[in-house]
Ligand binder design. Structure first.
Ligand SMILES: Cc1cc2nc3c(=O)[nH]c(=O)nc-3n(C[C@H](O)[C@H](O)[C@H](O)COP(=O)(O)O)c2cc1C
Length: 251
């Protein structure tokens, strides 16, 4: 055990922030941490938009349907970025034929997600709270427009960072036996018997978004989520293509 592992094992999402700014010094350190993150082939195919304009923060808060998003001291959007390398290749060789394929997209997506997690770990180690915002995909077209995201970029995830006064409890997790396998994937014929403890733990967990009640059992949450789709989020594929990526899905 060391302090890094303690920070990671103490992770919890914060959804309420104090009106206290983050110093420039801390912000710069967090951005250096992001920039130091491993990247696919060292190509650094992700970038960060630091959203400071209050009207843009409000647009993102509306897309996410979460008011506190506009009030958090720091809002970052991590983006797949093949725009930069496309232009570099064009300047160097006057051609860039392989900057928009499925592999490039997911290299950038992974780079962006890893950068975000580096920032989360560093921020939490400094006593700051963080919130990931996958909800930016409720309306990625609006996010793309607000941030003026060019050809060959796409927003992956948002991240709030700030000081907090709340101390949520740890949210239950599945047993590692259900998520970590040796040599090959293990599929159970029945999952429910393995999930009794998880369901019970979740039924005692209070999400800070709804402090007046405990959460539904995990298996019920899964069943509800696996049977619902937000129609706007189903447009993600089309909007990724509109940004210039091409997945060549035809055989
Ligand atoms: C990719 C990703 C997207 C997320 N999007 C949101 C979001 O839009 N809004 C939110 O309140 N929490 C969001 N979360 C936080 C999860 O709800 C949270 O991590 C999960 O419920 C586990 O809780 P914990 O982080 O407190 O352990 C997101 C997390 C991840 C990894």
């Amino acid at each position: 055990m060391n302090t890094t592992i303690q920070t990671l094992l103490n992770h919890k999402t914060i959804r309420s922030y104090l009106n206290k700014p983050i110093s420039n010094e801390i912000f710069e350190v967090l951005m250096e941490v992001a920039n130091r993150t491993a990247s696919s082939s060292g190509m650094q195919q992700a970038s960060i938009i630091h959203v400071v304009d209050q009207s843009k923060k409000e647009i993102i808060a509306q897309v996410c349907k979460q008011d506190y998003v506009a009030q958090a001291p720091v809002l970052l959007i991590f983006v797949v970025d093949q725009h930069r390398n496309h232009h570099i290749a064009m300047e160097v060789s006057n051609q860039a034929n392989q900057t928009n394929d499925v592999d490039r997209f997911f290299q950038g997506f992974t780079d962006a997600a890893l950068m975000a997690q580096s920032v989360v770990t560093a921020a939490e180690s400094l006593g700051l709270g963080t919130t990931y915002l996958g909800a930016i995909h409720n309306d990625d077209e609006t996010v793309i427009k607000a941030l003026n995201l060019p050809h060959l970029t796409y927003p992956v995830v948002g991240l709030l960072i700030g000081y907090t006064h709340i101390e949520p409890t740890l949210k239950p997790r599945l047993s590692t036996s259900l998520r970590v396998f040796k040599d090959e994937y293990v599929s159970y014929t029945e999952y429910m018997p393995q999930l009794k403890a998880m369901d019970e733990a979740m039924s005692n967990y209070v999400d800070t978004r709804n402090p007046s009640r405990t959460m539904a059992p995990f298996t019920q949450q899964v069943s509800e989520r696996m049977n619902y789709a937000n129609p706007l989020r189903l447009r993600m594929g089309q909007n990724i293509l509109k940004q210039g990526f091409s997945f060549n899905l035809d055989e």
